[in-house]
Design a protein around this ligand. Structure first.
Ligand code: CP
Length: 316
């Protein structure tokens, strides 16, 4: 694997999950692979899980790791070509990226959607510039339109917890006070559409995701109906995708907050969320603290998904 930005880059998904679960049994078995190799992790946005789990994955593989927070201590970067740089940004990303590439063997990039220009976000302008100009393999640590390391960890978790061959998995929108990117739900849909699950997406009208991620998935606007007999509930907020409302909050309806009321109609479903989660906006305290909540094992699997991806990259 050269670069990792979406589910297709994994190749055979079932095989990838199987191999990831093998890695989990002995995560230090490949420590020799990363000897004298350097992993650079570049963050344009904040992180807890991605930062720790990806660094841990690199260390499991014997790599040296460097973390660069672009907005804390690095020069502010201009990202547009053709701009007269007479403002507060002293360095252009088109020099910064190849320079970063000089100091490492693999680059992970986190660069969220900015919600200023839909085409700029959905063309994945920042991570594609890293792919084009760094000269090194690049993987997404959540880009503008996708968070595939998260979705891969989610699928590994579903594989570990499922009780039937083809579980019903429901992705539900839930309210949030700030406009959040569609990256997590996009990638979750991307992976679920390729996995052996019965996949349903539920959200209020106006929150339709991009067709390229939803593909043939069933959309159910009635959240209670969607939850009936579900085996896994995956909650997430996202801002509107469709024009003219791209990046806007259309609803803060707290009846969509996942609570015992909705969980009661499921098949004793497991509750999942990528974290960080706003309690009593996205999910009630009692649901996230219940025995059915698997948000912590889900987060733990971020180390495994990252290790599988980095291993494939450095093995090539
Ligand atoms: N789920 C996730 O990516 O968490 P962080 O934003 O803390 O990395």
């Amino acid at each position: 694997m050269k670069h990792f930005t979406n589910v297709k880059d994994l190749g055979n998904l079932q095989q990838a999950v199987k191999e990831a679960l093998e890695i989990k049994k002995n995560r230090f078995a490949y420590k020799h692979l990363g000897e004298n190799k350097t992993l650079l992790m570049v963050f344009f946005n904040s992180s807890l899980r991605t930062r720790l789990s990806t660094q841990k994955a690199g260390m499991n593989l014997g790599m040296n790791t460097i973390v660069l927070d672009i907005n804390q201590g690095a020069w502010k970067l201009e990202t547009e070509r053709g701009v007269i740089m007479d403002g507060d940004k002293p360095e252009h990303i088109l020099e910064a990226i190849p320079v970063m590439g000089c100091y490492c063997d693999v680059i992970g990039v986190r660069a969220f959607a900015q919600f200023e220009d839909k085409a700029y976000d959905y063309n994945e302008t920042i991570i594609n510039q890293f792919i084009e100009h760094s000269g090194k393999p690049v993987f997404s640590m959540e880009a503008a339109t996708g968070h595939p390391l998260q979705a891969f960890a989610d699928l590994i978790t579903i594989e570990e917890y499922k009780k039937t061959k083809r579980p019903k998995v429901v992705l539900t929108w839930a309210p949030h006070p700030r406009a959040l990117p569609q990256a997590v739900p996009n990638s979750f849909a991307d992976f679920m559409n390729e996995a052996e699950v019965d996949f349903v997406i539920t959200h209020p009208k106006g929150y339709e995701l991009a067709d390229k991620f939803v593909r043939g998935a069933r959309i159910e606007y009635d959240q209670m109906k969607a939850f009936e007999n579900a085996d896994f509930i995956y909650a997430k907020n996202w801002a509107a995708y469709s024009d003219p409302n791209y990046g806007k909050i259309l609803s803060t309806d707290r009846s969509w907050t996942v609570s015992a009321r909705q969980m009661a109609v499921t098949n004793n479903a497991y509750f999942m969320h990528c974290l960080p989660v706003r309690r009593n906006m996205i999910v009630t305290d009692d649901v996230i603290e219940s025995l059915q909540s698997i948000v912590i094992p889900e987060a733990a699997n971020r180390e495994i998904s990252a290790q599988w991806v980095i291993k494939k990259i450095i093995e090539q």
